[in-house]
Design a binder for this molecule. Sequence first.
Ligand code: SAM
Length: 250
Amino acid sequence: MITGWKNAVKMKKKYTVPDPKFICQAFDSISPRYDLLNQVLSFGMSESWRKRSARIILSEPGFSPKSILDLGCGTGKFLECFLRSRAWEHAVGVDFSSSMLQRARETIPGNVLWLQEDFEALPFLESSFDLIISGFTLRSVQKLPEFLGTVYRVLRPGGKAAFLDLTLPPHPLARMLCYPYLRFFLPIMGWLLSGNRAAYDFLSGSVRSFPPPENTIRLMKTVGFRECDSKCFAFGAATLIIGGKSLSES
Ligand SMILES: C[S@@+](CC[C@H](N)C(=O)[O-])C[C@H]1O[C@@H](n2cnc3c(N)ncnc32)[C@H](O)[C@@H]1O
């Protein structure tokens, strides 16, 4: 029994990203209940993680972004936290799920361009945005180094990119407490409340096996990001990663 737990807590399983078609269909099918499920399954914390992330990013000294791009914007809840805080010259949300985008269009006020696109093939010119954000999407990315390279390319010199995602707490005790939640509670409740078992199996499996934030930061540095930093929420159950593009890149 103890050995089983030890193995479970190690969670060394290699991460494989599901097919994009599966991911898109999964989000299309859960879109009517996505926001409610997010709040229920995170015990109300997901919205506060988004808001705190927005506060942290926008309070960085000397950083005054005018354009923002949200990758995998879903129903627009992450972007909304930034829209509320200041006036933007350009705000764009990208997602490949038409149903998630439809909900964003219907519920998020403000002048936002909602685009149905694959965020791994972005249709933007180099240096187009001051701030690029992405919430709970890294585990859906097929080719992470290429994706981060594209984000870097589209970012203006002096701009920042920020990724908020679910992670495994680094402390073994917190990890052990998290395991039954991720392995059993999350997929079963997600299945019962959304009716889509495969979507919540994906969520549960991807959080358990996705490489830790340090790996993402290492990759970000490889593609050129500077001044990378991270902030843990709820003992590391979620992590915000921020990286900048230096002004000398102009
Ligand atoms: C977990 S949801 C996150 C939604 C939103 N960012 C939030 O904070 O709630 C992930 C979103 O990423 C989108 N997505 C995943 N892979 C994508 C891709 N390759 N291109 C565009 N959107 C993608 C999904 O359709 C889904 O809406």
